[in-house]
Design a protein around this ligand. Structure first.
Ligand code: C2E
Ligand code: MG
Ligand code: MG
Ligand code: MG
Length: 280
């Protein structure tokens, strides 16, 4: 059964996504057109200090709103962008947008504000990734130590030697690295220890399942403990209610992000939100 699933894995994937080949090709064209016609935009979800509730940063998230006002989820179109190669251009554009937005926010007085940007596997493995990053920082004047790249746990596990080198080169620019959706992959702890990364991002599914009764055995708690042992920062994503925020805080998780604090916001709404959440 496992063998058969493996063989037909691709089919399973496309069926479960509800996207057949024709649909995928159509979407590829539509996405390119949307990009050219500026129907793509970036929203920013605040990240907060769980103890003080002060804003510390934001994550840039890509949005696609079609002409008839339908929103298409990045979970659907990012794989298409990766498949078609458009992600290279698109990813650079998102990074530059995020850098420019960071500069604006810092000018509003949030001088230590951090900006997190998701990076796809395809971008990360591209030979010009590092050059692209350096150029984007230079052109936008964004302070590198306030930029964080989010890579996924599976990306952090491939080709160890090349990865270790790339992470060191990124660290040399001043930019930091977070491992996104942490806990959903299969990273080996000994490997993790060798990587020049700065932060673990607890996946939303583990935040959803923390309850008072699971205390001491929850995956979220283990990740917080792991962060402490490896001297990595930890942020919880998908915090939706006060109970989760309370438990995470008690477990010593320093940072949080989720609908409880704010949904992703367009720049104007973010500036407005920030003006009501000034650091004290
Ligand atoms: P992610 O990086 O793990 O981003 C977190 C996702 O969780 C976002 O979904 C965000 O809107 C959502 N979220 C935040 N707080 C909550 C909450 O409290 N509850 C729930 N239910 N959801 C919450 P979004 O924006 O739909 O993005 C989905 C995924 O698409 C992202 O997951 C990321 O993997 C990818 N993505 C988004 N923008 C980009 C991008 O610019 N580049 C790349 N490569 N990937 C992107
Ligand atoms: Mg992310
Ligand atoms: Mg995530
Ligand atoms: Mg996630």
């Amino acid at each position: 059964r496992a063998k058969m699933q493996q063989r037909t894995g691709h089919l399973y994937f496309s069926r479960s996504m509800g996207i057949d080949i024709r649909e995928r090709v159509n979407m590829m064209h539509a996405l390119r057109t949307a990009f050219e016609e500026k129907q793509l935009f970036v929203v920013y979800q605040p990240q907060i200090d769980l103890v003080t509730r002060a804003p510390v940063g934001a994550e840039a998230l890509l949005r696609w709103q079609t002409e008839d006002n339908t929103m298409i989820s990045p979970n659907r179109f990012i794989p298409i962008a990766e498949y078609s190669g458009l992600i290279i251009e698109l990813g650079e554009w998102v990074l530059r947008q995020a850098c420019q937005e960071l500069v604006r926010i810092q000018r509003l007085g949030f001088s230590n504000f951090m900006m997190s940007v998701n990076v796809s596997q395809v971008q990360f493995r591209h030979p010009h990734f590092l050059g692209m990053l350096r150029k984007a920082l230079e052109d936008t004047n964004a302070p590198p130590h306030c930029i964080e790249l989010e890579i996924t746990e599976s990306m952090a596990m491939e080709e160890p030697d090349a990865l270790i080198k790339l992470l060191d080169q990124i660290a040399a620019t001043g930019v930091s690295i977070a491992i996104d959706d942490f806990g959903t992959g299969f990273s080996s702890l000994s490997h993790l220890q060798k990587l020049n990364v700065d932060r673990l991002k607890i996946d939303r599914t583990f935040v959803m399942e923390i309850t008072d009764s699971s205390r001491g055995s929850s995956i979220a708690e283990m990740i917080i403990q792991l962060g402490r042992n490896l001297e990595l920062d930890v942020i919880a994503e998908g915090v939706e209610d006060e109970r989760q925020a309370k438990i995470l805080t008690e477990l010593g998780c320093p940072f949080g992000q989720g609908y409880l604090f704010s949904h992703p916001l367009n720049p104007d709404a973010l500036h407005d939100w920030l003006s009501h959440h000034k650091q004290h």
